[in-house]
Write a protein that binds this ligand. Structure first.
Ligand code: SAM
Length: 360
């Protein structure tokens, strides 16, 4: 297989233009009544990890052609688009990637977003490798919360999964540093893959129980087209809740906000909570209010999309905010995505955009 062909930058679809006078501003709703609340922005397609289920080494090899710098949205462009999205009802922004802390001066982007969009819930997802050094600056720049990915406590399993021999201890130090910097409670994301790290579930629950941090167990998904996903690799969330529940009594708790992807459970003895994200076994398309902005400025209306809409070309060709806003509104109003409701072994083999590019 040719790696340069697989991890594609999809050809942009034509931008639907709204009927006259429609869609310039105001909260957009798609045909299923789903609003636009959550914007995920991928600030780089590069990562220093090669997680076997996300950026496998055989595809993302040393000669892999990542986007040239000029193709990335600049900070100014990101802030401009974020402001325009806000007009459509965005309440939360998550900076992601690739590894967002690899983007030079990421703290400056955080500062600009926090200043331009007062009151926005500003969050970031990281592998934690550079977080210890940056946690305080991120917090001071206006970051509200942070999610750190950690797939195992066993050092051998973790090193094998990140495939760059990165030790667990450094991620744990980063989680502590983030909490000390005022980014607590830290969310800790664990992707569970059967036969790879499922025996770490209980250890993770125990490690973070009583710390105030919230572990979220994520079903392994068929994002992109390079991870060789099979349904047999998925550990259903129900199994995870049962596994932890046998050790510690758990009680379901309500969502923090409409469209929250994690189903929340609390320890009955008051020692905190966990979350499970069941995108495979319990599709949450019906309430999905997330839009994604890829590293090169394309709007994706679904994590499993094959193509995006090229907003960068719009802003680089001199379109006004009102025009870009109208295009976003028109895209959202015709959104019909429901991939997780219709997933089959066949759809899993379809060519979808890579998560490192679209933003996890
Ligand atoms: N580099 C950052 C990090 O490691 O958190 C941000 C980007 S990463 C793509 C975002 C999240 O997506 C991580 O928690 C990662 O484990 C998760 N992820 C990647 N591939 C996945 C898959 N196939 N199924 C489920 N989650 C996945």
């Amino acid at each position: 297989m040719n790696s340069k062909v697989i991890a594609i930058t999809p050809a942009p679809r034509g931008l639907p233009m709204p009927p006259h006078g429609e869609g310039a501003s105001g909260p957009a709703r798609d045909p299923r009544g789903r609003g636009l609340r959550d914007l995920r922005i991928s600030v780089t397609d590069r990562c220093n990890f090669r997680c076997v289920y996300c950026m496998p080494k055989d595809v993302f090899a040393d000669d892999y052609a990542f986007l040239p710098h000029g193709e990335l949205l600049s900070f100014e462009e990101i802030v401009r688009l974020a402001r325009i999205f806000r007009g459509h009802g965005i309440e939360k922004i998550r900076l992601t990637g690739g590894e967002p802390l690899l983007r030079k001066n990421i703290e400056e982007l955080v500062r600009q977003l926090a200043t331009a969009l007062p009151g926005i819930d500003l969050t970031l997802t990281t592998n934690g490798s550079a977080l210890k050094a940056k946690a305080r600056a991120l917090r001071e720049a206006g970051l509200n919360r942070i999610t750190v990915s950690l797939d195992a406590l066993d050092d051998g399993i973790f090193r094998a999964m990140n495939d760059v021999d990165f030790p667990v201890a450094k991620v744990l130090e980063a989680i502590d540093a983030a909490a000390e910097a005022g980014l607590a409670p830290v969310k800790v994301n664990m992707v569970v893959k059967r036969g790879t790290n499922d025996r770490e579930v209980l250890a993770m629950a125990k490690r973070f129980r009583g710390t105030g941090h919230i572990v979220r167990f994520i079903e392994y998904m068929d994002v992109g087209s390079t991870n060789g996903w099979r349904m047999d690799d998925v550990v259903p969330s129900a199994e995870i809740v049962a596994m932890i529940g046998r050790e510690f009594a758990l009680e379901p708790i309500g969502a923090n906000h409409p469209g929250e992807v994690a189903e929340r459970w609390r320890y009955a003895d008051g020692q905190g909570e966990i979350g499970v994200i069941s995108s495979v076994t319990q599709a949450f398309c019906a309430s999905c209010n997330r839009a994604r902005l890829s590293t090169d400025g394309q709007l994706f209306t679904c994590l499993f999309a094959e193509q995006g809409y090229d907003l960068k070309s719009m802003i680089r060709s001199g379109r006004t905010d009102a025009e870009v806003s109208a295009a976003i509104g028109a895209i959202w109003r015709q959104r019909a995505d429901n991939y997780s409701e219709v997933r089959t072994a066949e759809t899993a083999r379809e060519r979808k955009v890579e998560m490192s590019f679209i933003g996890g």
